[in-house]
Design a protein around this ligand. Structure first.
Ligand code: PLP
Length: 454
């Protein structure tokens, strides 16, 4: 960069000319230019034009503590001064990595005592694939290599992450998924439930797993992976019957159960982990995002003791990242989790702000564009539908959601569209007054959208 960049326009030009963005249409970016976000405080962001935006998505579902927490920046600075980097390969460790591992064993459900670190949810899910394959080799069942995920599941963007996930538009840019990754339907009652009650449909959706196992043979299946609530796929909250039945089927067929807690983990649903909210006990959990409130890249795979022991019997597990257990990220995650505990933020989500958020979200049920409202804790979605009675969606799914998202963006609210579902997942520290502000803006934007689609 040779010139000094003063105006938003100059920043946008520089960005457009040199920055290849993730999940972004290059030609649209060229026309519109990126919105330059410059500052954050609590649940608010500001852009380079000084516009204040309320962040209904906590960044990418990650900024649990909100923006600008000095304890986290101080923890990073202290650690950088003390020891900016050392690795955790070849029988070494660092104090932040060790301390964080102990704290994670404390806050995760019973039986999780070991963590494997990465820098992103995608890396964690890649690690899971390696762990599952190694586990079944060590158990003398090398045929159990296939992993089952779900349509519209999202587990990351690496080759394994995108294969575990069930995003058709990502697979279409493949060849993806890679061999050995298959998918069953998502437990989306509104779209797939037909005449069944949500509870009946939850069982039916779970039994799609049983059918897939029967089709492929349990001796070929190593694991099933799912997000407790599918996030990027549209905040799909499964009926209460779903997860217990999935767990039963996994146990009956000797299949590992993996909970992808990258979004649900660290309080989003009102408990530390989504599997606690939905009452199931996974063998492996992946986590990222809320682990450090997004202040530093870090992710983890929590592994149950029986898997650790089995893999340990095989000598060195030939897998790792340069930044596994990065001391600065670990120090930030430690500070973040300590604040979550000390300020009882997850209790507040469970007993106060979460129920209030759900109550306010529920008011959208009377909106002419909204067919269904769903959510748990501080995550929720409103489903845009063409016909409330028949639950019919608009034909070109995504068009109306896109219109609504643009209205939000222009009116100082970040709300994400997944197809025609409008999503909210604010920082966990959001107050009732800020929830009111989000909901009022969301209603205004839905009204504008209804006007546009006639
Ligand atoms: N798993 C889930 C459930 C996610 O929502 C995401 C990202 O949104 C990932 C995995 C991938 O995480 P990352 O983008 O950090 O690689």
């Amino acid at each position: 960069m040779s010139t000094v960049l003063n105006s938003t326009r100059q920043w946008q030009d520089e960005d457009r000319d040199h920055h290849l963005h993730p999940f972004t249409d290059i030609n649209v970016l060229k026309k519109k230019g990126a919105r330059m976000i410059t500052r954050g405080e609590g649940v608010y962001l500001w852009d380079s034009e000084g516009e204040k935006i309320i962040d209904g998505m906590a960044g990418l579902w990650c900024v649990g503590l909100g923006y600008g927490r000095k304890e986290l920046s101080a923890a990073a600075a202290r650690q950088m001064d003390q020891l900016a980097y050392y690795n955790t390969f070849f029988q070494t460790s660092t104090m932040p990595a060790t301390e964080l591992s102990g704290l994670l064993a404390e806050v995760t459900p019973e039986g999780f005592n070991h963590v494997f670190y990465g820098c992103s949810g995608s890396e964690s899910n890649d690690t899971v694939v390696r762990l599952v394959w190694r586990y079944w080799d060590m158990r003398g069942k090398p045929g159990k290599k296939t992993i089952i995920g779900r349509i519209n599941g999202y587990h990351g963007s690496t080759l394994a992450g995108a294969s575990l996930g069930g995003m058709g538009f990502m697979h279409a840019q493949g060849p993806l998924p890679l061999p050995g990754f298959v998918h069953i339907e998502q437990p989306h009652w509104y779209v797939n439930g037909g005449d069944l009650s949500p509870a009946e449909y939850g069982l039916k959706a779970a039994r799609a797993l049983e059918e897939k196992i029967a089709e492929l043979g349990a001796e070929t299946i190593g694991a099933f992976i799912g997000e407790p609530i599918q996030g990027a796929g549209g905040v799909i909250v499964p009926p209460e019957t779903y997860w217990p039945e999935i767990e039963r089927i996994c146990r009956a067929n000797d299949i590992l159960l993996i909970s992808d807690e990258v979004i649900c983990g660290f309080g989003r649903t009102g408990n530390w982990f989504g599997c606690e909210t939905f009452g199931f006990e996974p063998d492996i959990m992946t986590m990222a995002k809320g682990m450090s409130s997004g202040y530093a890249p870090i992710s983890g795979v929590m592994v149950k003791d029986h898997i650790v022991e089995t893999i340990g019997d095989g000598g060195e597990f030939a897998h790792g990242y340069t930044y596994s257990g990065h001391p600065v990220s670990c120090a930030v995650a430690l500070a973040n989790i300590t604040i979550l505990k000390d300020e009882k933020i997850i209790d507040i989500v469970r007993t106060d702000t979460g129920p209030y958020f759900q109550k306010r979200l529920g008011e959208f049920a009377d909106h002419p564009l909204i067919g269904e409202v769903r959510g748990k804790g501080l995550v929720g979605a409103v489903q845009i539908a063409r016909d409330k009675k028949s639950r019919a969606l608009f034909d070109d799914v995504g068009r109306v959601g896109g219109i609504c998202r643009d209205h939000c963006f222009e009116n100082g609210l970040i709300m994400r569209a997944s197809g025609d579902s409008m999503l909210l997942s604010p920082p966990l520290v959001v107050t009732r007054a800020e929830i009111d502000e989000m909901m009022d803006k969301a209603r205004m934007c839905l009204d504008l959208t209804a006007r546009d689609v006639g």
